[in-house]
Design a protein around this ligand. Structure first.
Ligand code: FCB
Length: 439
């Protein structure tokens, strides 16, 4: 993979002072996950009923409609697509051969992407497991590591001609926390911090072994690239001098950021990855021990009274992106992909401001030397947002879930993103846009 000449391409030229250009060959993409869009999955989410009463059984029916969805991607002008391959479709038992019918479908997805000039980034684990893994204890069971590595080996042999970018685990921290600490994802356990740590250790071991196989056997025309996607959330105390809220924030930072990053990328493990994926949405502030975010149940009106800017999930904190990119650059010295950012809201103007604010910070960080190779908007379509069901609207495209035909339509933000992708730059004209922060 070529290296970007970031500093040469990202400064605003004098003749073009209000434009922030991104590096040549920058990947502008969008992202989805199998359970959230495909429908017809048989995993631990199949019987899960979300807070809005929804389930993932049909979702966006991307399983059947991927040709149409890839056409939509072409209309959006993205040159990359980050999507998951659902393990439960491909193996019926540990060490079983791959299901050829399901494999053929994924090969067709990849061929259509290639024909559309869209580079795939394949995610191997995104919050879901085959039923036989789940019933065997999931990632608490050390044997899951060998089963996963076997699966990855078979998949790599089948896909290596078509895939160069491999994302082993999506947000292992979120998965282990929501499933074993906060009780929101199956198996809905609470406060099992020992189990949280064990899952992270097993996944980190699986990442290391899977990476070795991908890098050894995945070579076709170009060197394969491998990394995890780490969700990074900033945890702060609302009042700087509240010792208890500061302690809560520090414990969260230690557990969900530092411990996880060390497990996957500390010491010798660093060699396993050729890039780091960063999923970045924003910040959680604590006030009297409670997390001040809509996703944690804090009333939006109350958050507004506090002066917080939030989408339907999290507090917005674009300047944090500059900080975390500087930290990753310094600590990891690996190429970075922003594997997810997005905002859920019915207010498209809010989402436009949000996107441009984050991209302004991103462009500024690249201009100062951060080696960022791509950005993936979460998400291509409105979809099944795990415990929240269909109530969170993250899509560049809408889906009318009340219509059996599940028609897609371009949203205003899709048009904005199309311009960004086509022009490989953003206009810095809005007074709302934050100036890029130093890291
Ligand atoms: C990330 C997940 C993704 C989606 C977005 C909103 O944590 O990776 O599946 O839920 O958040």
């Amino acid at each position: 993979m070529h290296r970007h000449e970031h500093s040469a391409n990202t400064t605003c030229g004098a003749a073009n002072a209000r434009r922030l250009k991104f590096p040549e060959n920058f990947l502008w993409g969008t992202a989805t996950a199998p359970t959230q869009v495909e429908g017809h999955v048989d995993n631990e989410w199949t019987d899960f009923i979300a807070q809005d009463g929804g389930d993932c059984r049909i979702a966006c029916d991307h399983y059947h409609r991927y040709p149409e969805d890839i056409e939509w991607m072409s209309r959006l002008g993205v040159n990359s697509y980050r999507f998951g391959i659902e393990w439960s479709r491909l193996q019926s038992a540990a060490f079983a051969p791959l299901n050829q019918h399901e494999l053929a479908r994924y090969l067709d997805v990849l061929d259509r992407l290639r024909a559309a000039g869209i580079t795939p980034m394949v995610v191997l684990h995104h919050f879901s497991n085959p039923p036989w893994i789940h019933s065997g204890g999931g990632w608490l069971n050390p044997q899951t590591v060998a089963a996963f590595v076997d699966y990855v080996g078979k998949l790599v042999a089948a896909l290596k001609e078509r895939v160069q970018l491999w994302n082993t685990f999506n947000e292992p921290d979120t998965y282990a926390a929501l499933a074993y600490v906060l009780g929101a994802y199956p198996p809905r356990r609470k406060w099992q911090l020992g189990q949280f740590r064990q899952i992270i250790h097993h996944m980190a071991r699986a990442h290391e072994q899977a990476s070795r196989i991908i890098r050894r056997d995945g070579v076709a025309t170009r060197e394969p690239q491998v990394g995890i996607a780490k969700n990074w959330t900033f945890f702060h105390a609302y009042r700087r001098f509240s010792p208890w809220d500061r302690l809560t924030a520090s414990l969260c930072h230690y557990t969900f950021n530092k411990f996880v990053l060390d497990a996957f990328l500390g010491g010798g493990r660093r060699q396993a990855s050729t890039f780091i994926g960063l999923n970045y949405y924003g910040r959680v502030r604590f006030h009297h021990f409670s997390a001040m975010i809509p996703a944690g149940g804090a009333p939006v009106k109350r958050l507004q009274d506090f002066g917080f800017v939030c989408d339907d999930m999290m507090e917005r904190y674009p300047e944090g992106l500059g900080k975390i990119l500087a930290y990753f650059n310094l600590r990891l010295r690996l190429p970075i992909y922003i594997t997810e950012h997005g905002a859920a809201s019915a207010d498209e103007q809010f989402r436009e401001r949000d996107l441009l604010n984050y991209l302004a910070v991103l462009g500024g960080a690249i201009a100062r030397g951060a080696d960022v190779r791509g950005f993936y908007y979460w998400s291509l379509v409105d979809n099944f947002e795990w415990q929240f069901g269909y109530s969170k609207k993250f899509g560049l495209l809408s889906v009318d879930f009340s219509d059996k035909a599940l028609p897609r339509a371009m949203k205003p933000l899709g048009e904005i993103y199309r311009q960004v992708c086509r022009e490989n730059s953003i206009r810095l004209s809005s007074p709302d846009i934050h100036s890029p922060h130093p890291g």
